[in-house]
Design a protein around this ligand. Structure first.
Ligand code: CMC
Length: 393
């Protein structure tokens, strides 16, 4: 029937009203609650950004201190949670571990999360933001076979996270402040991006009144795919596969070939038809991190910069308005920070959690929101009669 608008991939359907994030894809603008992403990334910190996304305003000093204190209070996870990790094969992908363990949090906070109670909604939000670094670091430690490191509440969010990832009980470990600042900036860049696939998944899951921890697990599952958050991992793997600058034209030719499914990972975006503003900041951060670590030549960075140059001057990419997106330079940066490729999307999930939870909260508090229920255009068999099995041919 022609009763419904057919819009596969929701390219022209707005599913909600939102006050959180604004994107102008033609201009390459990204605002959180009205503030340009570069101002937040260059002058703010991640927890301040979390406050902004959740409450709509930048905090005063007193509000900020109180918020940091309240988030920090929830950094530990229930000790029983560590047994969930032990159930995974040690070669399990950390994103698989994240989907499972974050989903499991819903069991720990099911009875204490009445989503009709604003106070309980807020506690659930704080818990989620506070526990994600702990869980992400545990997924990493489990994967490499090192002991779990407990959170340290005297450290800032990103310093604590890097310490949980990279310290071991047998030696002193001090996080380099330049690197933790870079980590924090990367988290800010990923914090929200309006109604992308994973955020829409969280909203749709939450629209039934489901437990918010379970909804975030659904968002993590959606983020995992290479067309979405998994692109940072895929982009670095692609740069490694290209291997040297002289092989770039071959890969550019493949990306343009309609008979080859290969795409340039970290290129193109549903909304941005201009340079992704996050990609620019990420590129600067990448140079800062490599500089701090004294990495003079990163062959993958050389390949990335040359690939960008070639693609931005190629008719195919120009015509289709395909520019580098956030995932193009993030992999090189995260690798320099010490993370293996399969942790990249986990870091994305960690940072995006605040966006998911802010959007979930906005939806739950919006009286016009009903359960999400897309319609379809049915193209299957018309009604027909059941045939007994011995009469089927
Ligand atoms: N390399 C080569 N060709 C491309 C690429 C690419 N990376 N991206 C899009 N195209 C072509 C595509 O073949 C299509 O051509 P045609 O019109 O001739 O059929 C045209 O450009 C439009 O592409 P689309 O797939 O219809 O666009 P979309 O809005 O559905 O997809 C995208 C957006 C991001 C999934 C896609 O650009 C892509 O697959 N990029 C690579 C993966 C990637 O980097 N994803 C990260 C996105 S940003 C962060 C995040 O969301 O996590």
């Amino acid at each position: 029937s022609g009763m419904f608008t057919y819009d596969p991939g929701f390219t022209s359907t707005a599913s909600c009203e939102s006050k959180i994030t604004y994107i102008d894809g033609d201009e390459g603008t990204l605002l959180y609650r009205g503030y340009p992403i570069d101002q937040l990334a260059n002058h703010g910190d991640f927890l301040e950004t979390c406050y902004l996304l959740l409450y709509g305003e930048l905090p005063t000093k007193a509000e900020k201190d109180d918020f940091v204190h309240r988030v920090t209070y929830h950094t530990m996870i229930h000790e029983q949670m560590s047994r969930f990790f032990a159930g995974f094969r040690r070669d399990a992908h950390p994103m698989a571990i994240m989907v499972g363990t974050v989903g499991a949090l819903s069991a720990f906070y099911h009875d204490s999360t009445d989503i009709t109670d604003p106070h309980q909604r807020m506690i659930a939000s704080l818990r989620m933001i506070a526990k994600m670094p702990t869980i992400a670091a545990m997924a990493y430690k489990y994967h490499i076979g090192q002991p779990f490191v407990y959170p340290r509440n005297d450290l800032d969010y990103s310093t604590n996270f890097l310490r949980m990832c990279f310290s071991v009980p047998c030696e002193e470990y001090n996080v380099n402040p330049v690197l933790s600042r870079a980590m924090d900036r990367i988290f800010i860049l990923h914090a929200d991006h309006e109604q992308n696939a994973s955020t829409s998944t969280v909203r749709l899951a939450g629209s039934s009144g489901a437990n918010p921890f379970a909804c975030i697990a659904a968002g993590i599952a959606c983020l995992w795919g290479p067309a979405h958050g998994g692109a940072n991992e895929a982009a670095l793997n692609m740069l490694s596969e290209i291997g040297s600058v002289d092989r770039i034209p071959e890969y550019v030719a493949r990306a343009k070939d309609k008979n080859d499914p290969f795409r340039l990972m970290g290129f193109g975006h549903r909304v941005y038809k201009n340079y992704d503003p996050r990609a620019k900041i990420m590129q600067t951060t990448c140079h800062e991190v490599l500089g701090e670590l004294g990495i003079k030549d990163d062959p993958l960075l050389d390949i990335a910069m040359e690939l960008e140059k070639i693609a931005l001057n190629d008719e195919y990419f120009v015509e289709k308005k395909l520019y580098p997106n956030i995932d193009f330079y993030s992999g090189i940066t995260l690798r320099a920070l010490g993370f293996p490729t399969n942790m990249f999307t986990v870091l994305f999930a960690l940072a995006r959690t605040v966006g998911w939870i802010a959007q979930w909260k906005e939806m739950v508090e919006d009286p016009s929101q009903r359960i999400g229920r897309p319609r379809q255009l049915y193209t299957g068999a018309p009604q027909r009669d059941y045939t007994p099995i011995d009469q089927r041919r």
